[in-house]
Design a binder for this molecule. Sequence first.
Ligand code: PLP
Length: 473
Amino acid sequence: MDELRRAGVRAAEIAAAHLEGVPAGPVWRPVPAAERAWLAELPLPEAGRPLDALLDDVGAHVLPYPMGNGHPRFFGWVNSPPSPAGVLVEPLAAALNPSCAGGDHAGPLLERTVVRWLAELVGFHHPPGGGLLTSGASMATIVCLAAARQHAALADGWDAREEGLHGRPPMVLYVTEEGHSCLHKAAQLLGLGARNVRKVPVDASFRMDVGALRTMIADDLAAGLRPFCVAGSAGTVNSGAVDPLDAIADVAAEHGLWFHVDGAYGALGVLDARSAPAYAGLDRADSLALDPHKWLGVPVGCGCALLRDPAAARAAFSLVPSYLVDDNADDLGWFAEYGPEQTRPFRALKTWATLSYLGREGVTRLVEHTGGLARTLAAMVEQAADFELLAPVATSITAFRHTPATDGSGGPGGLDALNRALPGAVQARGNAFLTGTRLGGRDALRACFLHPDTTKDDLAILLAEIRLAAKTL
Ligand SMILES: Cc1ncc(COP(=O)(O)O)c(C=O)c1O
């Protein structure tokens, strides 16, 4: 253990020095060919090496080439910097190395607390056992939609796990055109069929058109299909839009549909008093996906599925072979009965640490700060003649595009091509990182704010970088 103690102290110093140095370095830089080869083509070592030598390698070949999300000017996708508390306890979770499938030890017990805390934070109903941590929202969505599928089948008097879906009226899932791809993947994986996922149109603010939802459900019922679930978004990945959750909950209640909310990124937005009214109805959902590894900054990977009725997930997944029977388990049983994973990592420790370090107040300040940055950037965009805001700010994402059309460089096609090329060009310059998307049929830029240290000056740098990058295209 002396070797681990010595190298561990050094590893802690390396981690702290890395995080300290991130703001002064490039946000992102390409991996040179030699380093790329070192990383991707390493031969399997015959002989082992000392721990210290491994740290030398990490320092030389890994840490210099980060994704960029630790930097205050990283605005891409939905990737946050790691919370210091999460970084602190990750090695301790590894030292303990439990499987949180279940059993009587610290991991599953702490997971009960953490899941309850997450539900409390966003004001979601929390019965005992009403949720579990997952690898991310993609897995949480699979858990929730599997629960919804089995719930609908049992309500109709059959068992989807036993019979499979063959020969039954197709179950129909409703998401918006802006719904995350993980909803489609989950539906496909669960055997629902991509053709039975309806893309409900959105309004000018990219929120679900609830009238269109009603029409689609009526059409599907008339066609003999089985509408079973509607998934709203509390923070879309493209623009951060929050669907009219209350109105969707009304429709779900009228038709006996499961109401799922994808709050993977945006559920925490409810903590900002300015955006909270848009979240009315969140507490009426049957299930909610919420990612601690997004806005909260818990180190990747940690998602969470919250369920109004935990029995629904258990009915969808519980399968306890004789070698896993635990006569000492309480009524809730094992976490492994509520999702597809058997061996489960100790995700609760880093989430507990992050929430304990920040407290509700700290999380609220983070959400307010980053939401404020998105609104400020939107105002800057609106004031600039060569930028156009594409969506109202609902959470902490600003969707916009560069429109330097007055010099004759852009028609509609030209602006699309320009904005499609811009993210890569901005990234290559190394001073800011943003990504693009298509929004309302147009190529768009989107900046997602999650970093507590991003400042208003960084927003000005971002716009300057976009202008400079455009000139190189
Ligand atoms: C709105 C939304 N839903 C779902 C997901 C999928 O989450 P994960 O990548 O944790 O599986 C994302 C990821 O960015 C997201 O932004």
